[in-house]
Design a protein around this ligand. Structure first.
Ligand code: NAD
Length: 330
């Protein structure tokens, strides 16, 4: 298939080119995101390949379908950035990579927790300046703390395994209970109970209508322990303005995020010489107890390799007229 690959980065090209050999696919890499303005680039291509920072709306879908595109291959697990109904209406098949490496995301979540708690990012900078003072570097023992896990699917359960290994108890919330979580001693409870009784709260559910702003003022008001809040799932799971207030009022003890509600205008690019116009992320960056990474939880060699392999397999199966297991329907 002829594949138009959008928002291509060096690491994407490296891993996709490795997996291309032995297939009949041809990839053209574009640095731009797919949108109504760039849709014209897809003329003559069979498929487009996009990541989470491409907002594939109805208008874009209708344009690319008009240019002859038959499939949208998401190189991500989440599908919230694509209008699935519009794709279905236009006769486009949509594929995703459901589980390229849950451990990659779970391990980055643990990295955020450890860094935020023990302030190794600050210590690193201090020591480079010959400042060996320990003032304000005090953390807390993770061992023995209650970790609230919202969403116990593939990533959530991998995260539970890590936190159990560190001696934490698990408070879980998910409409579907995962046996493995129960077997490792995790306790399912209502969301309000989890919010009230956890020292660390980590989000691992998908972004959907029901989960948008699952952490808002109401939820924050139910937090008793001034918990550390971690989001490596999707930005819009938290209401950023409410979380900023929660941090100011010390209802939230600290915040670690790898995702941000308005991230498509900011993440995955070097803005070091530009003025950040987004006041909410600027406010977040000003807190001493907030740690932000730019949607890198997936970024391991193993995950990138798996993303490339599964994405190309999805398109090979589609080309061969097979039922594609990773097809996403509205
Ligand atoms: P998954 O489908 O295996 O698990 C999601 C879990 O969320 C399921 O158990 C589901 O029952 C649960 N859930 C659904 N509705 C819920 C609700 N209202 N409240 C609580 N739980 C609910 O998905 P996964 O592979 O574990 O991935 C989870 C999310 O992680 C993805 O949707 C994606 O947004 C995010 N993600 C982020 C990165 C990153 O680099 N930061 C990478 C991959 C995935």
């Amino acid at each position: 298939m002829k594949i138009a690959f959008f928002t291509a980065k060096s690491y994407d090209k490296y891993y996709f080119n490795q997996q291309l050999s032995g297939t009949s696919h041809e990839i053209t890499y574009f640095e731009d995101a797919l949108n109504t303005e760039t849709a014209v680039l897809t003329r003559g291509f069979d498929a487009v390949c996009v990541f989470v920072n491409n907002q594939v709306d109805r208008e874009t879908i209708e344009l690319i379908a008009g240019y002859g595109v038959k499939a949208v291959a998401l190189r991500s697990a989440g599908v919230n950035n694509i209008d699935l109904q519009a794709a279905d209406d236009a006769g486009l098949h949509v594929f995703r990579v459901p589980a390229y490496s849950p451990e990659a995301v779970a391990e980055h979540t643990a990295a955020l927790i450890l860094t935020l708690n023990r302030k190794t990012h600050k210590a690193y900078n201090r020591v480079r300046e010959n400042n060996f003072s320990l003032e304000s570097l005090t953390g807390f023992n993770i061992h023995g703390k209650a970790v609230g896990v919202i969403g116990t699917g593939k990533i959530g359960v991998a995260f539970c395994r890590i936190m159990r290994g560190m001696g934490c108890t698990i408070n879980a919330f998910d409409p579907w209970q995962n046996e493995e979580v129960i077997e490792m001693g995790g306790k399912y409870m209502e969301l309000d109970e989890l919010l009230a009784n956890s020292n660390i709260i980590s989000l691992h559910c998908p972004l959907m209508h029901e989960t948008k702003h699952i952490i808002d003022k109401q939820a924050i008001d139910k937090m008793n322990n001034s918990p550390m809040l971690i989001n490596t799932s999707r930005g819009a799971l938290i209401n950023t303005a409410d979380v900023i207030e929660g941090l100011k009022e010390k209802k939230i003890g600290s915040l670690g995020i790898d995702v941000y509600e308005q991230e498509e205008h900011i993440f995955f690019q070097d803005l070091s010489e530009q003025v950040i116009e987004d006041d909410e992320i600027a406010r977040l960056m000003a807190f001493p107890n907030v740690l932000i990474t730019g949607h890198q939880a997936f970024l391991t060699k193993e995950a990138l390799n798996e993303i490339a392999k599964t994405t190309l397999n999805n398109l090979s199966a589609f080309e061969a007229g097979e039922e594609v297991e990773n097809r996403v329907r509205p």
